[in-house]
Design a binder for this molecule. Structure first.
Ligand SMILES: Nc1ncnc2c1ncn2[C@@H]1O[C@H](COP(=O)(O)OP(=O)(O)OP(=O)(O)O)[C@@H](O)[C@H]1O
Length: 287
């Protein structure tokens, strides 16, 4: 199932938070990268049919969530992990996922319970399924959230900052899980972690100040910083950003200081350049 968004706008009390967002995403994992307040959650809530946009065009698998029948179709084929899932903490993992399955109109009790067990196993929580949510670690709670998003084999899975607050080991496990999910459907995940994008995503959309500043592959994003990263013994006064690294030298983004050596860019450099570059106001499309 494909996601396509064209000229999407959203205002909160007259303040524009999405300003003509345009991108398309297909099967595999697409990362929605952006700083705090960029509008990622707003965009994902619109795609998940929780929120209506003020303007623009959204299609999920060709269906228009602005119409009642399109919205119903989209909801049936969508899995969504919100930033704050609103867990019922006194329920067990099984009870919570089963409760969501009921809301998803899975009426046959036996088939529903089989499906609940399947997704709980998929996220590796079979041993915890009778534990109350209030007693789970943050990582396990996040996996419970992912389990409910996978109910019924959705065609599109929308994950709002799924790796936020996880320790490195949990983050790796989560990445592994998400990449497996992305083998069968279109996954769109928001993050402000460039490492998540480099490790997981075959495409990346950068959203800054409610606008799409980049839409392409992670390699193309890294390529934006080609020729603009410099190592030097001194901080560059003209650089967009400059910081001291572990080896005592400075990594400078932007204008080269004297005696600087050109360095290999990373995806993080490119992202910093994109978000810090006040001149970068138009959409850059690659691939
Ligand atoms: N219900 C609301 N009413 C008014 N303003 C809102 C509302 N929801 C979000 N905003 C504002 O819209 C902007 C975008 O918020 P949003 O949560 O979509 O960004 P984000 O990229 O997901 O940020 P974060 O990474 O911090 O979650 C922010 O300035 C936020 O304060």
């Amino acid at each position: 199932m494909h996601i396509s968004v064209e000229g999407l706008t959203k205002r909160y009390r007259g303040r524009t938070v999405l300003d003509g967002v345009t991108f398309a995403a297909g099967p595999g994992v697409t990362g929605l990268l952006g700083p705090n307040g960029a509008g990622k959650t707003t965009l994902l809530r619109i795609l998940a049919t929780v929120l209506a946009p003020d303007g623009g065009r959204v299609r999920l698998g060709g269906r228009d969530p602005a119409t009642p029948s399109g919205r119903l179709e989209v909801r049936r084929r969508l899995g969504y992990l919100p930033q704050e899932p609103g867990f019922h903490r006194s329920l067990t993992v099984f009870e919570f996922v089963d409760y969501i399955a009921i809301l998803k109109e899975m009426t046959d009790r036996r088939a529903r319970h089989d499906e609940v067990r399947r997704v709980i196993e998929l996220v590796g929580l079979d041993r915890e399924r009778s534990k109350k949510i209030s007693r789970l670690s943050g990582g396990m709670r996040r996996r419970t959230g992912l389990a409910q998003a996978l109910l019924g084999n959705p065609d599109v899975v929308i994950l709002d900052e799924p790796t936020a607050g996880l320790d490195p080991e949990q983050r790796m496990r989560f990445r592994d899980l998400i990449s497996r999910v992305g083998e069968d459907c279109a996954v769109l995940l928001s993050t402000h972690q460039t490492e998540d994008v480099a490790a997981l995503c075959h495409r990346v959309v950068a959203l800054v100040g409610g606008r799409t500043l980049f839409d392409g592959t992670p390699e193309d994003l890294t390529g934006l910083a080609e020729g603009r990263i410099w190592h030097s013994d001194r901080r560059s006064p003209g650089a967009t950003l400059s910081w001291r690294t572990g080896d005592g030298r400075y990594r400078n983004i932007g204008t080269p200081p004297p005696d600087a050596e050109l360095a290999e860019p990373s995806i993080e450099d490119a992202y910093l350049l994109l978000t810090g570059d006040t001149e970068a106001t138009s959409t850059r499309s690659a691939a």
